[in-house]
Design a binder for this molecule. Structure first.
Ligand code: SF4
Length: 151
């Protein structure tokens, strides 16, 4: 288990995201950025890219800066550790109502606060509805490998 995974292994947001299953929470996105940066250097891609169609216009210094940024910052600490978008409407609401998971909320069916998560929002709502009554620990254990994306 990576350091990032260890940090968030027992966490889930009130929205039902199991943090260790999220590529931002698990550190997969940041690790991939670091690996890509290394591959660019090891494979000397900027040297030969101008000879491949479209490669001559790539700003490799900007790519490097972007990947560098992702390696440092594209890691979510999880809601429980102060991570996640600070203005997440779901987290703010669930905290105000005193719920660890929105599956405890009677208004889940009609709740519109998941809309900013677009397609994932409705999938997460369904998962929360299916798992009403489970504690956060039970939910994490059961849903760890059932998030609507690949970890
Ligand atoms: S209304 Fe209920 S389901 Fe919606 S965000 Fe708030 S606590 Fe969660």
């Amino acid at each position: 288990m990576s350091e990032a995974q260890d940090r968030i292994k027992d966490q889930a947001g009130p929205c039902g995201i199991v943090c260790v299953s999220c590529p931002l929470g698990s550190g997969v996105v940041a690790e991939c950025a670091g690996r890509t940066k290394k591959n660019i250097v090891d494979c000397r891609i900027p040297m030969w890219s101008p000879f491949v169609p479209g490669g001559e216009v790539i700003d490799w210094a900007a790519v490097d800066r972007g990947l560098d940024w992702m390696e440092k910052y594209a890691v979510c600490a999880g809601c429980g550790n102060g991570g996640g978008p600070p203005d997440c409407t779901i987290r703010i609401c669930a905290r105000e109502r005193g719920y660890e998971l929105c599956s405890s909320c009677q208004d889940l069916d009609s709740c519109t606060k998941f809309e900013w998560l677009e397609g994932h929002g409705s999938e997460l709502k369904e998962k929360l509805k299916e798992n009403r009554g489970l504690s956060k620990e039970e939910y994490i254990k059961k849903m760890m490998n059932q998030m609507p994306w690949e970890a």
